[in-house]
Design a protein around this ligand. Structure first.
Ligand code: ACO
Length: 316
């Protein structure tokens, strides 16, 4: 299956909620402390949106940064895809607002909802649209503001999540660099393991079975990497980076012990950003993009509520 790659990444960008919140800040109003949070999650700080920010404002900001980085105008984009579960309103989609804000009103725009797996799902949709020729340049955004759906008085969940958005500009490319393969999965029988209402819905805040989600994620993450590499004939040595969804550093360390890819090539930023759901994978790109080595591979792995899971193989 290691053939023509499609969806070359030509620009990356990100935006974070403007309020930096440390563990000590949370401990001022929650029965928790820095030591517990760091030991159980690896999180040291996260960013929360301010009053005048939401999922759409972060998505727009990340999109503009990605376009600037790519050096291309917004009106050159012919499809906008936004992965999110926390759009400020049910309608319009965040993607519609992003398209308008970047000067691409009139082109196709839609949201993809797969919780923390959203960006990986979105990458499969975006590269498929590029592969068919239905689009030539896609703006793919992952954006979530879980502060809007988490009970800030619940220490078991309030310490875990942060707000952010990451965006990539994907061109069709010449076949040498881009996405090669995707694995998508979902199992609604496990829906009770994590549920949340819409932003603004005060009587349905996020609740989860953290332990079961933890066990699931620690298992599915290395399984997906192994399966994706094996079916594409890619050896772990050829992988420059694995970017997993950033839910908990312990999940990443546990998975790393079961993988042949050395742990130093597994990207970890949950310490700085917390769990930003669909934003967590694209938030990583600005830190690593300039070090990409042509011909090597990036594997992205999402897992989250639904339950949902997905992995993408990208050749640099
Ligand atoms: N500070 C101090 N103590 C706490 C806190 C806190 N912030 N939160 C929970 N505790 C307490 C609990 O009350 C419990 O106390 P008890 O033993 O007296 O009952 C104790 O710590 C242990 O609680 P556990 O839930 O068993 O702790 P665990 O080690 O499992 O860590 C955690 C919890 C961090 C939630 C972990 O299970 C986890 O990360 N799971 C994965 C969750 C996840 O990734 N969710 C997102 C999915 S992605 C998506 O789609 C959004």
């Amino acid at each position: 299956m290691n053939g023509r790659a499609v969806g070359r990444m030509v620009g990356v960008g990100r935006a974070l909620g403007s309020r930096l919140v440390t563990n000590d800040d949370l401990a001022e109003h929650l029965d928790t402390d820095d030591a517990w949070i760091v030991e159980r999650t690896g999180i040291k700080q996260r960013h929360f949106v301010a009053e005048d920010e939401d999922c759409a404002t972060l998505a727009i900001s990340a999109a503009k940064h990605a376009l600037d980085h790519a050096g291309v105008p917004g009106d050159s984009v012919d499809l906008v895809v936004c992965a999110t579960s926390t759009a400020p309103e049910s309608m319009p989609s965040v993607a519609c607002l992003v398209g308008e804000a970047i000067g691409a009103a009139g082109v196709g725009a839609f949201d993809v909802a797969a919780a923390c797996t959203g960006f990986s799902y979105g990458a499969s949709v975006a590269s498929s649209m590029l592969a068919t020729g239905a689009a030539k340049r896609v703006l793919l955004v992952g954006a979530d503001v879980f502060t809007k759906i988490v009970d800030q008085g619940d220490r078991a969940t309030a310490v875990l999540f942060g707000d952010g958005a990451g965006a990539v500009v994907l061109d069709r490319g010449d076949g040498s660099s881009g996405f090669l393969d995707h694995i998508l999965g979902a199992d609604g029988r496990m829906a009770p393991l994590g549920r949340a209402g819409h932003p603004g819905q005060s009587d349905h805040k996020l609740c989860q079975n953290g332990r079961e989600v933890f066990k699931f994620a620690s298992r599915i993450f290395p399984d997906l990497v192994e399966k994706l590499l094996a079916r594409n004939g890619v050896s772990p040595d050829e992988v420059q980076y694995v970017i997993p969804h950033q839910a908990n550093a312990r999940i990443i360390h546990a998975a790393a012990r079961r993988m042949e890819v050395p742990e130093e090539r597994i990207v970890l930023n949950v310490d700085r950003f917390g769990n930003t759901s669909a934003a967590s994978i694209p938030l990583a790109y600005p830190d690593i993009y300039e070090s990409f080595e042509t011909g090597r591979y990036v594997v992205t792995v999402g897992f989250g509520f639904g339950l949902t899971w997905a992995a993408n193989l990208y050749r640099i």
